[in-house]
Design a protein around this ligand. Structure first.
Ligand SMILES: [Zn+2]
Length: 110
């Protein structure tokens, strides 16, 4: 069998594979667009149990008031922030990502 015969024999498989790849590529495009849509939707949501105020996240207590210390809006798991330098009210600081905010920002008024 000549090389040309081999190539001609493979043509139907190549056409099937090409159609399969095109179908998969279009599915990938649909998934990419869905993924972007969901990522944008997630960005707009406040983490469950928090209220965003002045760029910081505040956790509501069972009595309806807010905890005195904010939580980091940038880190996953939103760690609690501390005053920096310790004992002063200069800056709220995240120990994980070093995000800082004005230390005079207070919990939202109820
Ligand atoms: Zn952080």
């Amino acid at each position: 069998m000549s090389i040309i015969d081999d190539i001609l024999k493979g043509l139907p498989d190549n056409a099937r594979l090409r159609a399969f790849i095109e179908e998969q590529n279009s599915k990938i495009e649909i998934l990419k667009s869905e993924n972007n849509h969901l990522k944008n939707k997630l960005k707009r949501l406040e983490p469950v149990g928090f209220v965003e105020s002045e760029g910081l996240l505040w956790k509501k207590k069972s009595d309806g008031t807010f905890e005195k210390r904010p939580y980091c809006p940038h880190c996953t798991n939103n760690p609690i922030m501390s005053q920096f330098p310790p004992g002063m009210t200069m800056e709220w600081m995240c120990s994980k990502c070093d995000f800082g905010a004005d230390g005079k920002i207070e919990p939202p008024k109820v």
